[in-house]
Design a protein around this ligand. Structure first.
Ligand code: C2E
Ligand code: MG
Ligand code: MG
Ligand code: MG
Length: 292
C-alpha cells in the first residue's frame, strides 16, 4: 500500500523503503499502459503435496518491474489497480502469460489470482476460454484463486454466474487467504469451490518461535476436517520452517506452500520446471528441500 507518511521523501540508501514511498497518486498515474510498456512479470511458486512431495500446482504471482523502483510486489499496486479499470488489462495479461508459461512447462496446473472486478467483466469467461484454447491447456489445469474477504461481498448474481460458468468449463476454484476475513463457512456452500488455502497468518504464533496454542491448533484441525468433509483440498500458505511444515501436517493439510518448500521464481528457474514428481522428501527432514 502506498504510504502517505513517506510522501516526498527520498531515501537513497534503502531501496525497499524508497519503493514503499511511491505514492498512491504516482502508482495510479503509472498504471495505464503498464502492459504495453512491458513492465509486468510473473514469478511462480509451487504448491507441494505434503504426502508425496510432488508439485500439485504452481501459483503465478505478479511483479511490476518499475523503471526506477525495481521489482514491486502486488501489495503495492493491485488494490489501486482494482479501484479503476487498470486491473482488467493487467488481469488479462496475467491470464495469457500464465497459460503460455503453463503450456511450455511441465507443471501439472497453474493458479492465477483474480480480482473481483474481473468477475464483473462480461468478457472474462471468453478471455479464459480463449487463453485455454490458445495454449491448449486442459481447463482443469487452470485454477482461479479468489480472496476470501472478496468472496464474502459477492451478493450480486453476475459474479456468481461467472464463477459457475468457469467451473462449468472445468476450471477449478480456489478460496485464497481463508481465515483473514470473516471465515464465513456458509460462503463455502454458495460457490463450487474445489480448494481452500489457509492464510499464512494462522502460522503467525509459530513464526515468532512460540509453541502453537493448543486451542488454535484444535480449531484449525476441525476446520481442515470440515473442509475435507465437503471435498475441499486444503493448502497451508506461508510455511517458512520445518516446524511449521510439521504443524500443518499435524492438522491434516494436504498441500503446503511457502519459502520452506520454494520461493517464487521466474518461469525459467529449474526449481519450478519439474517434469514429474521428484523423489518424495524424507518423512522427517530437518532441512528445506533444495529449491536451487
Ligand atoms: P496471495 O495470493 O495470498 O499470495 C501469497 C503471497 O505470500 C505472495 O506474496 C507470496 O510471495 C508470499 N509468500 C509465499 N511464501 C511465503 C512465506 O513462506 N512467507 C511469507 N511471509 N510470504 C510468503 P506476493 O507475491 O507479494 O503477492 C501478494 C498478494 O498479491 C497475493 O497474495 C495476491 O492476493 C495478490 N496478487 C499476486 N499476484 C496477483 C495477480 O496476478 N492478480 C491479482 N489480482 N492479485 C495478485
Ligand atoms: Mg493467491
Ligand atoms: Mg493467499
Ligand atoms: Mg495474500
Amino acid at each position: 500500500a502506498a504510504k502517505e507518511a513517506g510522501k516526498g521523501r527520498v531515501v537513497e540508501h534503502d531501496p525497499k523503503r524508497r519503493a514503499g514511498q511511491l505514492t498512491k497518486f504516482q502508482v495510479a498515474m503509472q498504471l495505464p499502459g503498464l502492459v504495453e510498456r512491458g513492465e509486468l512479470a510473473l514469478v511462480y511458486q509451487p504448491l507441494v503435496r505434503l504426502d508425496s512431495g510432488a508439485v500439485h500446482s504452481v501459483e503465478a504471482l505478479l511483479r511490476w518491474n518499475h523503471p526506477t523502483m525495481g521489482s514491486l510486489s502486488p501489495d503495492m499496486f493491485i488494490r489501486i489497480a482494482e479501484e479503476n479499470a487498470a486491473i482488467l488489462p493487467i488481469g488479462r495479461w496475467v491470464l495469457d502469460r500464465a497459460c503460455e508459461d503453463m503450456a511450455v512447462s511441465a507443471w501439472p496446473a497453474v493458479n492465477i489470482n483474480v480480482s473481483v472486478r474481473q468477475l464483473y467483466s462480461p468478457q472474462f469467461v471468453d478471455d479464459i476460454r480463449r487463453a485455454l484454447d490458445l495454449a491448449q491447456i486442459d481447463p482443469s489445469a487452470l485454477r482461479v484463486e479468489i480472496t476470501e474477504s472478496v468472496v464474502m461481498n459477492l451478493d450480486d448474481p453476475e459474479p456468481v454466474a461467472v464463477l459457475d460458468q468457469l467451473t462449468g468449463l472445468g476450471v477449478r476454484l480456489v478460496m485464497d487467504d481463508f481465515g483473514t476475513g470473516y471465515s464465513n463457512l456458509a460462503a463455502l456452500r454458495r460457490l463450487p469451490w474445489h480448494e481452500l488455502k489457509l492464510a499464512g497468518a494462522f502460522l503467525e504464533s509459530t513464526r515468532a518461535g512460540r509453541a502453537w496454542n493448543p486451542t488454535d491448533q484444535r480449531i484449525l484441525a476441525t476446520l481442515v476436517d470440515l473442509a475435507h468433509s465437503i471435498d475441499l483440498l486444503v493448502t497451508a500458505e506461508g510455511v517458512e520452517t520445518a516446524e511449521q511444515d510439521q504443524q500443518v501436517r499435524s492438522i491434516g493439510c494436504d498441500v503446503g506452500q511457502g519459502w520452506f518448500y520454494a520461493r517464487p521464481a521466474p518461469v525459467s528457474s529449474s526449481a519450478i520446471v519439474v517434469s514429474k514428481p521428484r523423489t518424495p522428501p524424507q518423512r522427517r527432514s530437518g532441512t528445506a528441500p533444495n529449491t536451487a
